[in-house]
Design a protein around this ligand. Structure first.
Ligand SMILES: Nc1ncnc2c1ncn2[C@@H]1O[C@H](COP(=O)(O)OP(=O)(O)OP(=O)(O)O)[C@@H](O)[C@H]1O
Length: 267
């Protein structure tokens, strides 16, 4: 299958406020797709609809060939989710958190231990599996959440602002884990971010969302060409008339370190 995720005219209204306004896009199997936009643009609302947490007002979502609204269980077993807020039980160990999640996701008992081990090894936490989560740093918790999202062998991983609130070094480590998952395990990654550098360095395709609408999408090169600019930052400025960081107040927080990871496919 070429597109693991396909979205048509997706809309979400909260009373008379429309947070997501009829967006359509496709995500290619095995790619990294970034949803870039300022706070309040509708990124979380979209990812919640894609992951069946929130019911759309209208529109269609197909994940891994399944209709996410009509075949929810099959769609759900196709993806893993990492939300913005930590949702781990801090009084349990990392391993116990993984076990709990495996039960919820109906991972067969005979396979549980092996899958937990694999997932924890991927994020480098196997040696720390017996530590209580409350002793973990923010970066370790995020890595554990990624491991947890992998335990049922999903084909797509959804990440809502996975590096928000983390220091630059920790962000870099999270990203190298995500990138390895994509490259070595061919996992499709759908992420939301308001960091330009993150989208530039990581994504095969980017959709820029503003006020609930996709205002531009494509590869970085395509977006720059169409907007006649030389960076995503300039593109965003040209498309919206403002700087993405104006609304975030994190001007000094730009992810310059992303250069260390390197751009993909000669972007
Ligand atoms: N349950 C809700 N009821 C009413 N309005 C909502 C609800 N959830 C979100 N919104 C509004 O919808 C808009 C989009 O919010 P959303 O959280 O999707 O944005 P975002 O791009 O993810 O930003 P952030 O990263 O800050 O969460 C915002 O104006 C928000 O206030």
């Amino acid at each position: 299958m070429q597109n693991i995720l396909s979205v048509q005219s997706l809309t979400k209204k909260f009373d008379d406020f429309t947070a997501v306004k009829g967006i359509s896009f496709d995500v290619e199997t095995g790619s990294i797709f970034a949803f870039l936009g300022p706070n309040g643009a509708g990124k979380s609302t979209t990812i919640k609809m894609l992951t069946t947490v929130l019911k759309p007002t209208s529109g269609e979502i197909r994940i891994n060939g399944y209709n996410a609204l009509k075949e929810q269980d099959k769609a759900r077993s196709s993806f893993g989710i990492v939300f913005q807020d930590y949702s781990l039980d801090s009084e349990l160990t990392a391993y116990e958190n993984m076990e709990y999640h495996s039960v919820i996701y109906k991972v067969p008992k005979a396979e549980r231990e092996e899958r937990i081990k694999t997932a924890l090894e991927i994020v480098g936490l196997w040696d720390r599996r017996n530590d209580l989560v409350k002793k973990y740093s923010g970066g370790m918790k995020r890595r554990l959440e990624i491991a947890r999202a992998l335990v049922h062998y999903p084909r797509v991983l959804f990440l809502d602002e996975p590096t928000v609130g983390l220091d630059p070094q920790t962000r870099m480590s999270i990203w190298s884990h995500i990138k390895r998952l994509n490259e070595e395990r061919k996992m499709t990654i759908f992420l939301t971010t308001h960091y330009m550098d993150e989208a530039e360095a990581m994504a095969d395709k980017i959709a820029i969302i503003d006020h609930g609408k996709i205002i531009e999408s494509g590869t970085l090169a395509e977006i720059m060409e169409r907007t006649e600019t030389e960076s995503l930052e300039e593109s965003f400025l040209k498309l919206t008339g403002r700087d993405i960081r104006d609304e975030n107040g994190n001007g000094g927080d730009k992810m310059r370190f992303m250069r260390g990871i390197g751009r993909r496919h000669g972007h």
